[in-house]
Design a protein around this ligand. Structure first.
Ligand SMILES: NC(=O)C1=CN([C@@H]2O[C@H](COP(=O)(O)OP(=O)(O)OC[C@H]3O[C@@H](n4cnc5c(N)ncnc54)[C@H](OP(=O)(O)O)[C@@H]3O)[C@@H](O)[C@H]2O)C=CC1
Ligand SMILES: O=C(O)[C@@H]1CCC=N1
Length: 274
């Protein structure tokens, strides 16, 4: 069901993560073309994964029927205008990974009603552990939807959304969220170092603990996350002392506010990219 050829516009973090995951998962590299104005990042992708690369978005767009837009949100409209001016876009399917750039903005930039899919992946796609929310416009055919699903499923799990506004919710829940866990791990790493562990030891201890905790959640689907937490927490013990500190520091409110901030920022960006 996977499409024959895919173009990636932009060779930055997110598109590179998807390309890495896609090719590592067996997709034919010569069926992938990536465009980026400066050469370094696309050359690195070509060196590592044998994908085709070009400085020209037009060449990339002509190469494939499926075009993944992985530029910064404020550049999406310019890139679509550029492509629409020079490429027969009516039979293409555009898949945007951009936060804060609406379907309406994309349609206006294209000047034509095209098949458009908004997605919100995350960087663990690079190792096949991504989460992607997807929302399709009316013009998207069932086949194009299935192809987009196959593309993103090849780098992780997918969740189709009924409303475009749910893309913003997915940003808060999974798109931005790897960074929440990285921030937490960074703070633990710093503390481990201040307790006398070397930088290398600190990283190893923290990463293995995070991995172990995540795997326990995955492998114990019958247990709630709260139960797993309780299983670590002896009454009056060390874990309880640490967790109380988080609770007294307002962790629930802090997380709630942080995710609201992501959501709010996505809406703000969508307004400024109109
Ligand atoms: N990073 C993440 O975790 C996630 C990001 N996203 C979305 O992905 C998109 C890209 O973000 P991210 O990968 O982090 O950003 P990056 O800055 O890493 O990547 C953007 C890339 O676009 C290139 N570029 C700039 N102008 C053009 C152009 N006119 N045509 C083609 N390529 C161009 C840049 O090249 P150069 O550097 O040479 O200027 C850069 O390589 C954003 O819209 C973001 O919202 C979505 C989910 C998660
Ligand atoms: O920070 C951002 O705006 C992008 C979208 C989700 C993750 N990174």
């Amino acid at each position: 069901m996977l499409m024959n050829k895919i173009a990636f516009i932009g060779a930055g973090n997110m598109n590179s993560a998807i390309i890495t995951g896609l090719v590592s998962n067996g997709f034919t590299p010569s069926d992938v073309m990536v465009s980026n104005p400066s050469p370094e990042k696309r050359e690195k992708l070509a060196d590592n994964y044998n994908v085709l690369h070009t400085a020209s978005n037009i060449e990339a767009a002509n190469f494939a029927d499926t075009i993944v837009l992985g530029v910064k949100p404020y550049l999406i409209a310019d890139v679509l205008k550029e492509i629409s001016d020079q490429v027969d876009v009516e039979n293409k399917c555009f898949i945007s990974v951009a936060a804060g750039c609406s379907m309406a903005t994309m349609e206006k930039a294209l000047g034509k009603t095209c098949a458009l899919i908004r997605t919100m992946p995350n960087t663990p796609s690079q190792i096949g552990l991504g989460v992607t929310g997807l929302y399709a416009s009316d013009k998207v055919t069932d086949e194009q939807k299935a192809q987009a699903d196959a593309l993103m499923s090849s780098v992780g799990i997918t969740k189709w959304l009924d409303k475009e506004s749910d893309i913003d919710n997915i940003i808060a829940v999974s798109g931005s969220a790897p960074a929440y866990f990285f921030l937490f791990m960074e703070a633990m790493e710093h503390k481990a170092q201040s307790l006398g562990f070397t930088a290398e030891e600190s990283r190893k201890l923290v990463q293995q603990t995070a991995l172990g905790a995540a795997e326990m959640v995955v492998k114990n689907a019958d247990l709630s996350i709260a139960q797993l937490r309780e299983n670590v927490t002896s009454k009056g013990g060390t874990t309880a002392a640490a967790l109380n500190t988080f609770v007294e520091g307002g962790i629930d409110t802090l997380v709630d506010n942080a995710m609201d901030a992501a959501l709010h920022r996505a809406k703000e960006m969508a307004q400024s990219n109109v």
